[in-house]
Design a binder for this molecule. Structure first.
Ligand code: GZL
Length: 351
């Protein structure tokens, strides 16, 4: 069962302001996530920080033309599920038109994609930014054209309420810390760790790496002996892991910043005669079906979820914006953790 995001207002100060503007179906303090035992919706999100009070155009969502600027090629299940969620929600809301572009992991193309949408005079733009820096030409152009930008998935430099209205996504720094604690648990706080980093310069890579490194300082007998980018790709994760095993044969723990790289790494470990999940502990992030299946087979020890199904929350938030409601500058999605204990029962929530 797919899970999408609901908004869960947690800050008392925000409750008064946002309760009236919570997206339809949102949950305020104390309400359950609804939907019976399994979370029918993606994990509860938390509206945090200040709000944007803006004067929106006089427009209904179903009359709107919305652009969606996707960042990476549709080969990673995360990307495929993210795009599908936006597309299906746009269809469900019966909006006038969805303009979809894909930057194919090229920052310059994402900027030109957004500029093209501005030239088409779309009414709002959803952006999954590729990199943390360098998007300002596109964001400034949208701001000058009076077109609101809504960030999903990754953050990018800019002024909330001006360059973009809000950021909706996971707390990647927290994910990195959780990964360190999980790996410490699996290795009795004593390990030679290899880190497979994501795309250089992406906010998700910066935060997942920083969170992990900071938290690992709590464990004096755990040492990062190698840290290299696998660019969030399975093939690159495998080749980098092959090299790291050669140069660091004592590696007994792997932190992969996404499942695709983790799946490549476990193949490399097996090819080197090692037993991933057993003599080399593996912790990853995303929550793809194949990675959670690997927990069941014992090749991966834990996966921290990053749910890509932003469609409902993104369109709820745009609808609130068009209704003139204050919008939280950050909407942080709460993520699950998959381990041997819950992988089987939660397998149908993966993507
Ligand atoms: C996270 C997203 C990351 C995923 C990777 O929100 O930006 O990018 O964790 C993907 O799988 O490449």
């Amino acid at each position: 069962m797919a899970k999408s995001i609901k908004v869960h207002i947690v800050l008392l100060a925000a409750l008064v302001v946002l309760a009236a503007c919570s997206p339809p179906g949102a949950k305020t303090e104390g309400q359950g996530s609804g939907g019976g035992g399994k979370k029918a919706q993606q994990d509860i999100a938390q509206a945090t920080g200040d709000v944007c009070k803006v004067k929106p155009p006089d427009l209904k969502l179903q009359d709107a033309v919305v652009g969606f600027s996707q960042s990476e090629k549709e080969v990673n299940p995360f990307r495929i599920a993210e795009t599908e969620s936006i597309r299906s929600e746009a269809k469900k809301r019966n909006i006038e038109k969805l303009v979809y572009t894909n930057a194919n992991s090229q920052a310059s193309k994402q900027i030109s994609d957004i500029r093209d949408m501005i030239a088409q005079d779309v009414d709002a733009i959803i952006v999954a930014p590729l990199l943390e820096e360098g998007m300002d030409p596109a964001l400034n152009a949208a701001n000058e054209a009076g077109i609101p930008v809504f960030l999903i998935d990754r953050e990018t430099a800019g002024k909330p309420c001006e360059d973009y209205i809000t950021f909706m996504g996971s707390n990647f720094y927290k994910q990195g810390k959780q990964a360190a604690d999980l790996l410490a648990d699996f290795t009795n706080e004593n390990a030679q760790v290899a880190v497979l980093e994501g795309t250089p310069g992406a906010s998700v890579t910066i935060d997942r790496t920083e969170g992990f490194e900071q938290q690992l300082e709590e464990y004096p007998d755990m040492e990062i002996v190698a840290s290299q980018t696998g660019e969030f790709l399975r093939t690159k994760g495998q080749t980098v892991m092959e090299q790291l095993i050669q140069s660091n044969p004592d590696i007994d723990a792997v932190y992969a910043e996404n499942d695709e790289m983790a799946l490549g790494a476990i193949q490399a470990l097996k090819d080197a005669g090692k037993d991933p999940g057993q003599d080399v502990k593996v912790v990853s992030i995303d929550g793809t079906e194949q990675a959670v299946q690997a927990i069941i087979t014992g090749d991966i020890n834990a996966v921290i979820e990053t749910n890509p199904r932003f469609g409902p929350l993104a369109f709820d938030t745009i609808e609130d914006y068009l209704a003139g409601k204050p919008i939280p500058q950050k909407i942080i999605v709460q993520d699950d953790i998959y381990t041997k204990k819950n992988a089987q029962e939660k397998l149908d929530e993966t993507y």
